[in-house]
Every structure is written in structure tokens, then in C-alpha cells.
Write a protein that binds this ligand. Sequence first.
Ligand SMILES: *Cc1c(COP(=O)(O)O)cnc(C)c1O
Length: 389
Amino acid sequence: MGIKETDQKYIAGTYNRFPVEITHGKGSLVYDENGKEYIDMGSGIGVTAFGIADDIWQQAVIDQIGKVQHMSNLYYTEPCALLAEKLCEKSGMKKVFFCNSGAEANECAIKAARKYSAEKKGGDCFTIVTLINSFHGRTLTTLAATGQEQFHKLFTPLTPGFAYVAAGDVDGLKQIIADTKVAGIMIECVQGEGGVVPLTEEFVKAVDAIAKENDIPLIVDEVQTGNGRTGKFYSYMHFGIQPDIVSTAKGLAGGLPIGATLLGEKVENIFAAGDNGSTFGGNPVSCAAALSVVSRIDDALLDEVAEKSVYIFSELENAKGVESVTGKGLMIGIKTVRPAADVLKDCMAEGVLCLTAKDKIRLLPALNIPMDVLKKAVAVIKEQAGKEA
Ligand SMILES: *Cc1c(COP(=O)(O)O)cnc(C)c1O
């Protein structure tokens, strides 16, 4: 049996894989089992922030693996403390809880909001408001937080205590707060899985103001948008707001599992010993990798992300076969006239790996993708989008 057959026989059927085995890569180039080269415009769904097997990232990981690869949270370790310090410096948040994934970071965010509100407003104040078309993860609680019906069916009953409002519906949000005791409001500033749909500045600011007026913790899910992806360190920074709770994961450790929940002033001391925990949370190798990644996300890199974004928009907006381009920074959705799945398949044949989000092509390239490589990939996408259906 080849790898594909073995995988199909033994791996649970949760993923539809493309008929390609990726064996290795370097930077924004990856290679399949036949040695075919691809430009990686997905970076493992926004994870390999500095590309595949990046030298600086690799050295940080190797150095830490040679010292201590894991230690329980009963003891102090350096990478975890230094990473928390760096994240707080970059974000204005006060404390960090480390875990292993985006869903787990959101679980912690929800626990923090619920504990704050229960202590302040009583145990019946537990409802978390999220947005219709949001995505917050696959655990039963973060599925409940995910405002897309299609993910819910077959897995009910989900965790109770969630209410949904459409992005942009300020009155709807006010109505829920008037009718229900609300413990938290959770948003993505750019809805990633929902089709790379940015929220308007007006709505984000209104949500922030409503949360403040009502003493409701505002949670921003930066799992996909975080760590430089949108051209700011966190996407909420485009709007001049300071959330009470931020969750992040995907690109944070550049390709090793990590999740982080950042607690702002309002909730910085909400957790006491025993309130949350994670065996692998704060793992020294993941944290050393993340420390290296975060240290490299400086103003120069963020400017580069913004410049590359402008380039992609300018090439693809109004291009033949393209209906719209949305997103921020290097998180981009392209609505094509041809079905996105067809465009993606043809791009793959031409050596460019893209993602989809709903009915769009989605691009999440490495933040440091070289300009000449990006240009090649965009030319292929443009050509394939422009083909007759
Ligand atoms: C990917 C994603 C998650 C879930 O992250 P996992 O690491 O897969 O658990 C949560 N929220 C958003 C916005 C995401 O994009």
C-alpha cells in the first residue's frame, strides 16, 4: 500500500485530502512525492508564519529540544515566561494562559468571561454572544460558539448559553443584552472560515462601546487573524480598541501546536489555581518557537505584509473572472466566477496551493513570502480565475 491508501484505510474520515503527498519544503515552496514543486499560498492554514523549515525558526526549536522538551506546569520554564512577557508587551494585555489549539484558547476565553460575569452579576449570567457566520472551533463548546448551523447538526446538544447576532446588527446585539444576561461577546475582526469577511470599523467600535457600557468582557478571536497575519500584530489594532480577552493560535509558533488566551486588565486576575490547566500548555519547544516568531513580527515585517496585500488586491480586484477580493493583510478571500473548487484544482495543477473558505479562494501565505514567489503565484491564480467556465 502507498501512503495515500494507508492513510485512507487508517485515518478517520474527517478530512477530504487532495491527491498529493507533501514530503518536504523550504520557505514558501513545497514538494510532493514526485518532486513536483508548489508555491504554498496556504501555509498550513495560516500556521507556518515564516514558511516551511525556516532556518531561524528551526534553530530556535533545535536549541530548546536539546535543553528540555517538556516539563509539567508544576515548575517554571524560561520560554513560557518570556513568551508571555513578549505577548503582553506587544498587545497591551496583562496575563497569558497557554494551551495547544485555537479551540482550547477559545474555551479558556469563554471560561474567563463566564467566571468574571458570574462573580460580578450572578451565576445566571452566562450567555456568550457570538456572530452569525463565525468560526470558533470544533469542541462542543466552541462549536456552540460557532454561528454556522452547518457545523452544529449531528452533534447536539451542544453546550448551552450561546446567542447569535449578525455582523453589523448593533440593534440586535442591544436587544439580546436587554433580554438576556450576557457574560461575554466574542468576535473575529475578519471572519476567516466564514469566507474572509472583515467586520466594519463602525461595528467593531460599536460592539466595543456596548461591551464597556454593560461591563461585558469583549473577546476577540485572533486564532487566524493574529500574529501579524492582517498587517497589524493583532487584527483588533486596526480599530483602536483594546479587548478584555484575546485568543490566538495557528501562526503563533510557526508550525508547532500552541494556543494562548490573553487576559486584559478587566480579567487579569480572574483565574485562581485549579481554574484551568493543560498538560502540554506552555510546552517549552512550542514556546521557544513562538518566541522566535513573535520577535520577528516587527514594524518592518508588518509593512511588508501590508505591501504584499496591496499587490494582491491590485492584481486581482477587477481581474477577469474575479467578482470580489476581501480581507486584510495576507488573509485574503477571492470570489471567482468559476467555482472556487475548480480554480483551486487548476492552480494546484499549475503548481500553486490555495485554500478555500466557503465559496471563495482563500490565501494565507507565509508572512515572509518573497515578492518574486508571490508574483508568480498571483499570476497563476489570475490566469486560472480568468479561464472560461
Ligand atoms: C482555526 C480557527 C479556530 C480553531 O483552531 P484549532 O487550532 O483548529 O482548534 C478557532 N477560531 C478561528 C477564528 C479559527 O480560524
